[in-house]
Ligand binder design. Structure first.
Ligand code: C2E
Ligand code: CA
Ligand code: CA
Length: 393
């Protein structure tokens, strides 16, 4: 069996020693560094966990985070600080934005049991890979993806959205998956950015919209009336023919434009705004609904909301997931709900993972919820079953 390695970087010698004991107890081989520079000089990607003190003389934790990001270190990162929570919070954000894998941020003094549980859990959920995978998903090429779109290897999973007042399922978000002949089910994170970079996103989105509308027609034929939300990339909303293409598809499937919600991320809107504004306004005039997705992660929120005729605001799941534990995230969620309502939009919370969060959102007057606590994304044929099992309860 391979023993997992944990690295402690903390200038406090006693505390570093204590962390070492706890981690060894939890089954780790432990290395200790008392300053950032020494740690950085020895840095390879061999540790499973790095525990990093933010406040150290010389190279501080923030500088270490930057250098971990440059080296694309994949270890689980535990941030530790004696500072107030907001500093830890900002460091956590910085590290996540830099694509580091932050697994916890802890304030001193630490609860030893909490730390031990965290380390044991991590080991159970992230066993060390002993054999390399036959072929990594990151090896996917443009040619593979092009073929997949042509061969219709892309399929849609649907995640339910419920009305928080009536509890009824009123819509679904269509989430693309690639049913790969050898890799199995591949998630969008592995191919959407490739599609965007290589110019395949137009064809991909067209296929997704077509599949979703055909499915919606089948549901309607079974008396199930649902609104389908579809994710649209920045590149899609620069195509001037998009509104007409969509209208043709809606007509071909005997649907209304209002059966489709187009989700556009806040960051996608920051590019060629003038052209997008033209297209988005025409889409809205033709009766399609527009949702601003991942709200709160972009930089131009208020101005965009005012200029683009959005009908729905979808609060980024990061805020929802943290709202119970993190006071600031809770305040952001509450403010987004108020803002959306003032601007006459429906507000959706995604990433709802617990009943407590669901109750909180209902209390705050949020309109719609989506998340693993309600249901995971599922194939179309499972959805009818899921809805029936809910209504019969
Ligand atoms: P998104 O639009 O923010 O979609 C929500 C993601 O959160 C989905 O991941 C969904 O499975 C996941 N999710 C939903 N509820 C929960 C929850 O309670 N907890 C957690 N941890 N996760 C939850 P998925 O399907 O892997 O999609 C990832 C992203 O890929 C999407 O993020 C979207 O940006 C993109 N994507 C998916 N389908 C399409 C598509 O057809 N076209 C484009 N352009 N992008 C797509
Ligand atoms: Ca979305
Ligand atoms: Ca989202």
């Amino acid at each position: 069996m391979t023993i997992p390695t944990l690295t402690v970087v903390d200038d406090d010698i006693d505390l570093a020693h204590l962390f070492k004991e706890v981690a060894e107890d939890a089954g780790y081989f432990v290395q200790v560094f008392h300053d950032g520079t020494a740690f950085q000089n020895s840095l390879g990607d061999t540790s499973q966990i790095i525990m990093l003190d933010l406040m150290m003389p010389g190279m501080d934790g923030i500088e270490v985070i930057r250098s971990l990001a440059e080296k694309k270190i994949t270890a689980g990162l535990v941030l530790v600080s004696g500072y107030d929570k907001s500093v830890l919070h900002s460091a956590h954000e910085l590290a996540s934005e830099s694509r580091l894998n932050v697994i916890a941020s802890l304030t001193k003094p630490l609860k030893i049991t909490e730390l031990r549980d965290l380390l044991v859990d991590y080991q159970n959920t992230h066993p060390i890979e002993t054999a390399p995978k036959a072929r990594k998903k990151t090896d996917i090429t443009e040619a593979d993806l092009k073929r997949a779109i042509e061969n219709r290897e892309l399929i849609l999973y649907y995640q339910p959205q419920i009305n928080l007042v009536t509890d009824a399922c009123i819509g679904v978000e269509a989430l693309v998956r690639w049913q790969h002949p050898t890799l199995g089910l591949v998630f969008p994170d592995a191919f959407i950015s490739l599609a965007e970079k290589s110019g395949l996103i137009g064809d991909l989105t067209s296929l997704v919209i077509q599949l979703a509308m055909e499915q919606n027609r089948r549901w309607r034929d079974n008396d199930l009336k649902l609104k389908i939300s579809i994710n649209v990339s920045a590149e899609n909303i620069t195509s001037l023919s998009l509104p007409d293409q969509l209208i043709n598809l809606v007509n071909a499937n005997r649907l209304d434009a209002s059966s489709l919600m187009l989700e556009i991320t806040e960051t996608a809107l920051m590019g060629e705004l003038v052209k997008s504004l033209d297209i988005l306004t025409r889409l809205r005039m033709k009766g399609f609904d527009l949702s601003i997705d991942d709200f709160g992660t972009g930089y131009s929120s208020l101005a965009q909301l005012h200029r683009v005729p959005f009908t729905e605001l979808k609060i980024d799941q990061r805020f929802i997931m943290q709202m119970e534990k993190d006071h600031e995230a809770g305040a952001i969620v509450e403010t987004c709900i108020m803002l959306g309502h003032k601007l006459n939009m429906k507000v959706v919370a995604e990433g709802v993972e617990t009943q407590g969060i669901l109750d909180n959102l209902t209390r705050l007057g949020c309109d719609i919820a989506q998340g693993y606590h309600i249901a995971r994304p599922m194939p179309a044929e499972k959805l009818l079953e899921w809805i029936n099992s809910r209504t019969s309860q």
